[in-house]
Each structure stands twice: as structure tokens, then as C-alpha cells.
Design a protein around this ligand. Sequence first.
Ligand SMILES: [Mg+2]
Length: 234
Amino acid sequence: MSKFDVLAFDADDTLWHCESLFQDTQARLIEILDQYADHESVTARLHDTEESNIRLFGFGIKGFTLSMIETAIEISDRKISAEDIHEITMMGKAMLDSPLELFEGVDEVLEELASRYSLFLITKGDNMDQYNKIEKSDLAHHFNEIDVVLKKDVPTYHDLFAEHKTDPHRTLMTGNSIPSDVLPILELGGWGVHVPYYVVASFEKHGNDPKHSRFRRIDRLSRLPELIRQLEDG
Ligand SMILES: [Mg+2]
């Protein structure tokens, strides 16, 4: 008998590039604010501003854009020009409008796994932003369930699996974030697979790896079918 009923996937930086877009935009913000503060101060201030705004804006590009503007106004001591604010606003719009870049082999991996398992997509962030990306990705047809959530914590996953009548013990979740994609599912009794992305959002950083028998790491998503075969045989 199979070990798993459901394979759940994160989307941003798991199926497609995302954080690199934020980092590139942030690098341009640092250039714009160069005359007011050094690189480290801008990075730290932006992080603090974003963190304090998450409660109000949630995760996503719109909230990030507002946080960039707030940071620019504060770090320049309100001297930032309207021209620069305009550029920052346009940077946010360009992010929302940018083409989606899927990781290599994603479509094939999902196609193969969808023939044997029920696939869920569980992504965090702004509804409109996430559904736009899902549409651009052309991957929606592989998934039995698609959920955009505000937080990725244990209660959220618990409620979501309950809603979909899914046993978390028979679920394997794959994602690029240890705190958001791996730890909650381990705590709920399922399997967590980490696929690292080369940049990690400041909110998704983690210390030590989980010491857990149901934790695995693969270096790229195309290794997932092979890992699942090994787990089913083991
Ligand atoms: Mg992610």
C-alpha cells in the first residue's frame, strides 16, 4: 500500500522563481537611496518596515512596494523626491507584470506525480498576485486543490487538510522554506521535503536543519519522483 495520498507543493521559489525578483528590486532601491544611507542600513530598515507591515499588508508585491516607499521616505528624512517615489512605484508594478519563470522540468515532474497521487498547491501571499502567477504558470490543471493562505503555520495546515478531508500523516509537502513548508507538516505527522533556493527571504531563514526521520532534502525538484519511489519502497 502506498505511503502517501497527497503531495503538497509550495509555489514561490519551489515551482518558479520569485525571491530573485524581490532581491533585484531591493538592489535598485539601495542604489536610489545611496545618497541617504549605506546598503546595510537600507536593507535593515526595509526588513523592519516589512515586518511591522505584514500584519496589515500580508505577504506580497503590493505590500513590499508600500514598504519600499515608507522606507525611502523615512531613511531620506522625508527628502526623497517625487521622481524617486515614482520610480519605486513603477518598480513594484514591473514586478507584478513580470513574466513567470518556471524551474526546469516542473511540468514533467507534476505530470508524472499527478498520475499516482492527489496534488495540492499551497502558497502564501496576496490572493490576486498568487492567482495571477498560477494562471501564468499554466500548471493549475495538475492540482486537485489550490489554496492561497495568509500564513503557513501549523493551525493553517491543520485546518486546510481537515477541510480537504486529508490525513496529514499520509501527506508529503515539498517547498523551499524550512519554517513555512517543512516544519508545520512534520509537526502534523507528515513528511517534509526541502528544495533549497539560492536566495532565502529574510522571513524564511532558519537555523539548524530539523532532526527528524520524516525530513528529506533534494537539490532540485526533478529529483522528487525518485525520492518518493525510494520512500514508498523503504
Ligand atoms: Mg516558497
